[in-house]
Write a protein of this length. Sequence first.
Lengths: 421, 213, 169
Amino acid sequence: MSGPIINWIDKRFPLTSFVKHELTDYPTPRNLSYWWNFGFLAGIVLVLQVATGIFLAMHYKADSTLAFDSIQHIMREVNYGWLLRYMHATGASAFFFVIFVHMARTLYYGSFRAPRELLWWTGQGLLLMLMATAFMGYLLPWGQMSFWGATVITNLFKVTPFIGENVVIWLRGDYSVGDDTLTRFFSLHYLFPFLIIGAVIVHLVALHTVKSSNPSGIDLKDKDNIPFHPYFTAKDLYGLGIFLIVYSVFVFFMPNSLIEPANNIPANPMVTPSHIVPEWYFLPFYAILRSVPNMFGGVVAMALSVMMFAFMPFLDRSRIPGGARYRPIYRIQFYLFLLDMLVLGYVGYKPPTNPSIVVVGQVATLCYFASFFVVPFVSKIEERWLIKRGLPAGIMELMEREKRDLENRTQEHRRRKGDLV
Amino acid sequence: MSTLLKIMLLGCLSISAFAEEAKLENIQVATDKPALARGAEDWMNNCHTCHTMKYVKYSDLLSLGIDKAKVDGWRGEASVDTPLIAQMSDADAMATFARVPPDLSLMAQARDGGPNYMYSYLIGYYLKPDGTTGNHIFPETKMPDPLGISSVAGAAQRTEMQNTAKSITSFLTWAADPHTTDRTRLGYYVIGYLIVLSGLLYVVKKQIWSRLK
Amino acid sequence: MEDDVKGEGNRRNFLIKLTSVVGGAGVAAACVPFVASMNPTSDVLAKAETEVDLSNIPPGGVHTVAWEGQPVFVLHRTPEDIAAAQASNGVIDPEPDAKRVIKPEWLVVIGVCTHMGCVPTKEGPGWTCHCHGSQYDDSGRVVRGPAPKNLAVPPYHFETANKIIIGKA
């Protein structure tokens, strides 16, 4: 990393020190498992989506009379257009898959807990932006599912108090989803990824401030940290290889498994398909929307179901370090929650005409919210039970030390504030 | 407790859900050019009168290896770059069937079941007691039995029609995604490469991590 | 750390180099579809042939037709035009007229000035380009600069006596 050019730059821009500090020498817990690969993978998928998206936009036409045709033009006449489009469509699913695993890891290992709350909340913001981007992108092929999905989701804003109808019309720029809706969705679908990149940088700054959590749930001493490069670059790249194999299987051999057949029919505002379903990654939230019999309640429940994750740092009151590792009850809660998500996903996929499906959906929705609301009580009860039962000496010691650290930090904070005053 | 109940309910539901679905014949569509060329010819003979394929051009048929003279005969005055437009006008179709027959370019991907649906639909015609035809797969269909399979008596003739249906289905499956063959071929190379690369990366990772005690 | 690498011998260095090369090749190969997608699409390439019916171009008349999105001048030359064209070899980019036509009555040239790509206008005998003043004669040869070369002759052939196909020689 020497040489006259680098020297020249370093006098004007902290290149070497930045790379050293944030990458090559960045201290990383040595015990990170492969579950910690998914943040890196999400970054790679973001790059893939932006790259394929920019090249697709060179051939796509955001006009309601041309959009469907231009997709077929990409699929048939553009050189490797089929590859770019299938990569982009599969990439959307891959993105959500990777993000869901990333979130599940955070929940399981309690990585959202102090001092990583802001890291978790920036991630929550990223999830919302990702959802918005995916939803707007889904309108662009202008198929039946695109059209009716956009119709249903924009109609959710009808529940805005007093001005609901106007908000919906404002969002669409039309009385129904139309040409103006398509052009603005295209514009925003192109814009949002760059906002996401900005938010990812904030997410990374937050990460590098508080450093990575690790499976033990205990912040490691310096001797247990290793430099990110070459250890985690190697590990992340190996994980990337495996991920790309799975991704390629979908792109090359079953690209249509993730595209609803009805989206191969051009949008028709006069006929709704007999069964509208969102993409798989929205299914659990869609099931929650449908499970509440009242329209306003349904929309609020759905919005809340996505936002609930943000409350986790407040809800989890256990002082036992880490997530599920030392906490058997929390572990059971976690798996039940995953199961509930799967049930909700299944309910979201099935037509709502079947009464027993509706009941299952309502029960699963209650379970979904209940699993958040019981966390404060269960975590406290569990903590008491575990302490009474006796925790490993090391853990108790750590809890004491963490408590001391926290007190020291607050005291120092107060002192500094006092100094300033 | 509620979870247990849910799992049980779910089990029952998925069983009943399977029972509801119409039984589709499973077929293996052909992807080789001679079979697709035959399918294109069957399609021109049986479907082109009423149906359009706006994303398939006469030049695409040439790329399947169909005789140029034959394609020239089909296209008449139209240039090779024109799509396969139905011979019947939309107005005539409306007058006859009360709706315009759908475009078939993407039909193989536009129905649940894809090619299986299409094949089962084509051979799903049967003769009702009142002399009209019905369809097992799509009872509301307005399309008259295109192959005449409902009035066939002999098994040999039926097999022949099933073959025609299969060949048309193969052609439509190709038309819905004409790059499928290229795609899967490239896919084998890409995945082969990725397996080699991942293997190498795994060894590199192991060696680098072995530096740690 | 660097010491570790040296201590463990060359095998690791080789392995890392090999993996980098294989990975780099993969990244390079992955760029191919992206770059290729910017090349003309197959429907654009399919328009690479243009048919011209010559029967309604009178002697002395010129028709402009589009081929690959560019204007092509089809000039029906009179015996006097032919004589004038054959009399000289051009000035800036000498070339005999016989090499520029298939049949002397028909001149087929791409109507794009070889200087900066403007479309010259037919004025008297020959063409004048109004962008920078280049002049061409009735064989499409440049007679006054700044254009450096004669108007290009596209590949074409006579399908029948009265019909040419531009795009295929």
